[in-house]
Design a protein around this ligand. Structure first.
Ligand SMILES: *Cc1c(COP(=O)(O)O)cnc(C)c1O
Length: 358
C-alpha cells in the first residue's frame, strides 16, 4: 500500500503521476527509450518542456511579459541568483525576515549587496508576519524579498504587500497551492520538490525587465538573461525532473486548477488547526492570521511523548510528521498531493492519541 506522506520535501506526489511515469519508464511513446535517455533537444523532450511551461503559464495566469525558467540548483541557488541579477554590489536590497529560509536567503545576499532587514519576527520566535506598517523599506532598493510560506515555521503571507521596489518571493512550499496575481511580483521562484515534482530544479518566473542585467562576473549559468535566451537549455537541464513536473502540472489542471487546489487545501488545513485549537493537548505556535495552509507545525503538551506519537503514527502509515530539528515538535505538510483521506487519517490518529495520553 501507499503510505500517507506528510513530508515537508521532497514531498508526496500524486499516485497517478507516479503510475504514468512507471508505465512510460522504459519506452516513452513507442520510441523504445526512456525520456531520461533522450537528448534534451529531442522533439520528444522539447514537447515535454514546452507543455510544462505552457501549463504553468495557464495555471497561474503568467503574462507574456514574464520569462518562465527551469533552473538547476533548487531554491537555494536562487538565494544567490537574485542578488547577482537584480542588484549591484552597492545597491541596497530589502529582506522581510519571517523564518529559517529567510535567514538563508539573507546570508547568501549579504556578500553581494547591502542587505537591509526591513522587518523581522525573530524576537517572537518567527510566529507571525511583521505588521506591514512597521517595515522599514529602503527608498530606491533594488528589490524587496519575502518568503511567502516559511516551510519550517509554518508562517504564510495570506496577502502580499505593496512595495515600491520589485517584490521577489520564495514560493517554494506553496506555488500552485492557490491562485496568485503574478503581475504583483518582479520575480517568483520555487524549488520543485514541495508542490511541483521531485527535487532537482527550481522554477523562476521573472519579469522581462529584470532579466539581462546581471552584474559583471556573474557565472553564465546563473544569468537569467542568458537562461531566457536559451530557453533554460544553456546546459543540459534536469530532464527527468522536468518530465515529472510536466505530469504534475497536467494533474493539477485535470483536478480543476489552482482555485480548486486552494479550496481543498484550505479545508484540509482548517480541519487540522480546528482539532489543535479545540484541544488542550496539542498546540500550534503560529498566530492564527498568519498560519500556513501548507505546513502545520504543532507541539504536544508533553514533549517526552514525541517519540511515542511518531511511532504510533508510523504504525498507521502516517509518515514524516517529525518537526524540523531547529524547532522540534511535529509538522504536518499538507501539499497538493496530500489527499483529504490522508488528513482525515491524521486527525483520527491525533484524536485517539490524545484520548490515550492526554
Ligand atoms: C525547501 C525550501 C527551500 C530550499 O530548497 P532547495 O531546493 O533545497 O534549495 C528554500 N525555500 C523554501 C521556502 C523551502 O521550502
Amino acid at each position: 500500500m501507499r503510505a500517507f506522506n506528510f513530508s515537508p520535501g521532497p514531498a508526496a506526489l500524486p499516485d497517478s503521476v507516479l503510475e504514468q511515469a512507471r508505465d512510460e519508464l522504459l519506452d516513452y511513446q513507442g520510441k523504445g527509450l526512456s525520456i531520461m535517455e533522450m537528448s534534451h533537444r529531442s522533439k520528444e523532450f522539447m514537447a515535454v518542456a514546452d507543455s510544462a511551461e505552457a501549463d504553468l503559464r495557464e495555471l497561474l495566469g503568467i503574462g507574456g511579459d514574464y520569462h518562465v525558467l527551469f533552473m538547476h540548483g533548487g531554491a537555494s541557488m536562487q538565494f544567490a541568483m537574485v542578488p547577482y541579477n537584480l542588484a549591484g554590489p552597492r545597491d541596497t536590497v530589502d529582506y522581510v525576515h519571517t523564518g529559517s529560509w529567510g535567514t538563508k536567503a539573507i546570508a547568501e545576499a549579504e556578500p553581494l549587496a547591502r542587505v537591509n532587514v526591513a522587518a523581522t519576527s525573530g524576537a517572537t520566535g518567527f510566529d507571525r508576519i511583521p505588521a506591514r506598517d512597521a517595515w522599514r523599506l529602503t527608498p530606491g532598493a533594488a528589490y524587496c524579498h519575502i518568503v511567502s510560506n516559511e516551510t519550517i515555521g509554518g508562517v504564510q503571507f495570506h496577502e502580499f504587500p505593496e512595495t515600491q521596489a520589485p517584490l521577489v518571493a520564495d514560493m517554494s512550499s506553496e506555488l500552485l497551492s492557490r491562485p496568485i496575481d503574478v503581475s504583483r511580483f518582479g520575480l517568483i521562484y520555487a524549488g520543485a520538490q514541495k508542490n511541483l515534482g521531485p527535487a532537482g530544479f527550481a522554477v523562476v518566473i521573472v519579469h522581462r525587465d529584470l532579466a539581462g542585467h546581471a552584474r559583471p562576473g556573474t557565472p553564465r549559468l546563473l544569468d537569467y538573461g542568458i537562461q531566457a535566451e536559451n530557453g533554460s537549455m544553456f546546459n543540459t537541464p534536469p530532464t527527468y525532473a522536468i518530465y515529472l513536473a510536466s505530469l504534475v502540472l497536467r494533474w493539477v489542471k485535470a483536478a480543476g486548477g489552482v482555485a480548486e487546489m486552494a479550496r481543498t487545501n484550505r479545508r484540509k488545513a482548517a480541519k487540522v488547526y480546528a482539532l489543535i485549537d479545540a484541544s488542550n493537548f496539542y498546540r500550534a505556535p503560529v498566530l492564527r492570521q498568519d498560519r500556513s495552509v501548507m505546513n502545520v507545525p504543532f507541539t504536544l503538551a508533553d514533549a517526552s511523548l514525541d517519540g511515542e506519537f511518531l511511532a504510533g503514527a508510523e504504525a498507521r502509515h502516517l509518515l514524516n510528521l517529525r518537526g524540523h530539528r531547529s524547532v522540534g515538535g511535529m509538522r504536518a505538510s499538507l501539499y497538493n498531493a496530500v489527499s483529504e483521506e490522508a488528513v482525515d487519517a491524521l486527525i483520527e490518529y491525533m484524536k485517539s492519541f490524545e484520548a490515550e495520553y492526554g
